[in-house]
Design a protein around this ligand. Structure first.
Ligand SMILES: Cc1cc2nc3c(=O)[nH]c(=O)nc-3n(C[C@H](O)[C@H](O)[C@H](O)COP(=O)(O)O)c2cc1C
Length: 366
């Protein structure tokens, strides 16, 4: 088995990724009190060794931006030591350490984030009771939170900072005309709707440049969504061009999903097709994601020019040795993710992931 594309290095900004396998951000809901990294996180990432780029899971930039009390955070200097353990874990296998920084916006309900108000671009249908529309001043506060979180993640030793601009979270909510109904400079035409992500990018870029670290800046961009009205691919590409001008080095392309998340949004055709389009229209390397299970599929995607890097999410959760087995020439021994429907068990019951359960049964029978 030979994977010349998958196992070749790629320069990104001033960094070189040792291979083209990306572990995308995958929340595991194991934070301790106050969004602190726990030993369970460290063990989880240590078991996932091998990807050239590992992007640590969605990390909240502020307490009200959390999706859950068990999400890790980068809103306090006290969180830096724990984050540093994760960066060191990835460096330990020779990988480039990335981290995704995140604000849940409309999805950060009071019940989940300790009673803090839910902040939204516009009070659209579906906003939780008590949600508060962001003002120009509070928008600036959130952008500042992204900048400070970037600085903390750099202090922790991360090489790639990824801003979450997909999946219906705050960056997507601003981009999408369905969830952004503002008539000020933060809403309306795509140049205005992209302003929030552009300003977060500029602020993160300044933090990187000031830090003296050779870090790269990525955006997970929801290139399009199925909202009413939708974020079109043309608008998504226009936003990407503005983000390039603001200092983005790498795009992690996914969907916007601003409307109630449809189960099929993470299907291979949709998000990989978005990556392919972005790659032809955006002047930066692109990560493609969505349903990749085997090394052969990943190799084929790279060989046919769909993306520059392939992210493998659920398949790595199902077999954390996924990348290591390919690197060691044991790709045929990967325990294959079976694409559980309607939703991956890892969101709530990782112990019930079928390939993991089968492996554990085998081990305990020995
Ligand atoms: C358990 C789980 C947790 C996830 N957590 C995040 C996250 O923290 N941030 C994010 O942008 N996407 C997250 N995703 C989406 C994945 O990064 C990825 O885009 C998606 O699973 C599709 O890739 P796959 O088909 O290879 O799994 C998560 C997905 C799963 C299954």
């Amino acid at each position: 088995m030979h994977y010349p594309h998958l196992l070749s290095p790629l320069p990104v900004g001033e960094l070189t990724l040792p291979n083209r396998i990306v572990m995308p951000p995958l929340v595991i809901w194991k934070a301790g009190l106050d969004g602190m990294v726990t030993q369970e996180h460290v063990d989880h990432y240590a078991r996932s060794a091998g990807p050239g780029l590992c992007i640590v899971e969605a990390t909240a930039v502020s307490p009200e931006g959390r999706l859950a009390a068990t999400q890790i955070g980068a809103w306090s200097d006290e969180q830096v030591d724990g984050l540093a353990r994760l960066a060191a874990t990835v460096h330990g296998w020779g990988g480039v350490a990335g981290i995704q920084i995140h604000h849940a916006g409309i999805k950060g309900t009071k019940e989940r984030n300790g009673g803090l108000p839910t902040l939204v671009p516009s009070l659209v249908a579906g906003a939780p009771k008590g949600a508060v529309e962001l003002t120009p001043d509070t928008i600036r506060d959130v952008i500042e939170a992204f900048a400070t979180a970037t600085r903390r993640c750099l202090d922790a030793g991360f090489d790639v900072i990824e801003l979450h601009g997909a999946h219906g979270y705050l960056g997507s909510q601003f981009l999408s005309p369905a969830s952004n109904r503002r008539s000020d400079e933060w809403g309306g035409p795509i140049e205005h709707r992209a302003r929030f992500l552009v300003e977060c990018t500029r602020a993160a870029r300044v933090a990187i440049d000031r830090s003296g670290h050779r870090a790269a800046l990525a955006v997970r961009l929801g290139l399009a969504d199925g909202g009413d009205p939708p974020l079109t691919i043309d608008d998504g590409c226009a936003a990407a061009a503005l983000l390039v001008d603001a200092g983005v080095d790498l795009f992690d392309v996914s969907n916007g999903g601003s409307q109630p998340t449809r189960r099929d949004e993470w299907t291979r055709a949709t998000t990989l097709e978005l990556a392919r389009i972005a790659r032809t229209r955006v002047d930066r390397p692109v990560i493609g994601v969505g349903g990749v299970k085997s090394a052969d599929e990943a190799e084929e995607l790279l060989g046919s020019g769909v993306a520059d890097l392939v992210a493998v999410g659920r398949a790595i959760l199902a077999d954390q040795q996924w990348a290591a087995k390919i690197i060691d020439g044991r790709a045929d021994q990967i325990d294959r993710c079976i694409d559980c429907k309607p939703r991956c068990f890892h969101f709530t019951e990782p112990e019930n992931c079928p390939p993991r359960r089968a492996r554990n049964r085998l081990l305990s029978a020995r």
